[in-house]
Design a protein. Structure first.
Length: 278
């Protein structure tokens, strides 16, 4: 499946037994020697929600959240007739999220509350701030200003003048593996078009740059709104397509109870079977 170019191998772990090693996930994710995907999504049963949702990056590491994958998740369970509900609750490693299949074919996801404290990212910092200066090495020109946001997974967002010429391939890996992010981080590069529109590229931890990143779109929009650079709703244009992000915070209030919602497409590309003994 794919959500604006972010592609997934989705496995039904409800009607069949499932077990994969890290090495097998790496093999399957390879675009020449396997199926090829950014993330592997596993559908399981849950005791506290309609379903349980597990996510594995292309390097085999398990992560807590994936926004584009969440949209594919709800379409998958509908197409496989695992549910007839248009709105479902899904257990993830970072909490329960709510997914809604809309009449127009798009999928709306309640992504929950964004988190900003360093401990919640996690990010090593002496004090909590709106932005931080991150030294990528000893060179002065390799210092970047970032905003940190957790959308169930960690994001470091920087605003750039031109996203197409942004140093995603060079700075992305350095930010992802920076020592101040003990669990690594997704590095976002956002260009502001206007108050309600940004262009975005994301270097994802464990996968490299992808055509789209749902949680990255949420993090970039939230960071911009929080800094007063953007206003909700925000259209996020990525190389694979567009998402609409809504975080309707109010001035002069706490906003601790305002959730982020994301709306966009999810598409099935093909179905098949995989022989794991081969």
């Amino acid at each position: 499946m794919q959500g604006i170019g972010n592609d997934f191998m989705v496995i039904d772990g409800i009607t069949q037994p499932f077990s994969l090693t890290t090495a097998q996930i790496k093999q399957l994710s390879h675009r020449n020697f396997g199926i090829g995907f950014d993330q592997l999504l596993l559908v399981e049963t849950s005791t506290i929600a309609d379903f349980k949702y597990r996510i594995f990056n292309a390097d085999g590491g398990e992560v807590a959240q994936c926004g584009n994958g969440a949209r594919c998740f709800v379409r998958f369970v509908h197409e496989k007739k695992l549910t007839e509900k248009s709105e479902i609750s899904v257990e993830t490693a970072s909490g329960i999220i709510y997914l809604q299949l809309l009449a127009n074919g798009l999928v709306k996801v309640n992504m929950g509350l964004p988190k900003f404290s360093p401990a919640e990212i996690p990010f090593i910092a002496e004090t909590a701030q709106s932005t931080y200066t991150l030294a990528l090495n000893d060179a002065e020109q390799n210092r970047v200003v970032i905003a940190t946001v957790s959308m169930g997974n960690p994001h470091a967002v920087q605003f750039v003048l031109d996203v197409e010429s942004a140093p995603v391939s060079t700075f992305g890996p350095l930010i992802e593996a920076h020592q101040q992010f003990p669990e690594r981080v997704n590095a976002g590069f956002a260009e502001i078009v206007n108050k309600h529109h940004i262009k975005l590229r994301v270097y994802e931890r464990g996968s490299g740059e992808t055509l789209a990143c749902g949680t990255g779109a949420c993090a970039a929009a939230v960071a911009g709104i929080r800094l007063g650079l953007l206003a909700s709703p925000v259209k996020v244009s990525m190389r694979g397509g567009e998402l609409s992000i809504d975080w309707p915070i109010k001035a002069n209030r706490n906003n601790d109870d305002v959730v982020v919602t994301m709306t966009g497409p999810a598409v099935t590309v093909f179905d098949g079977y995989c022989d794991l003994t081969a």
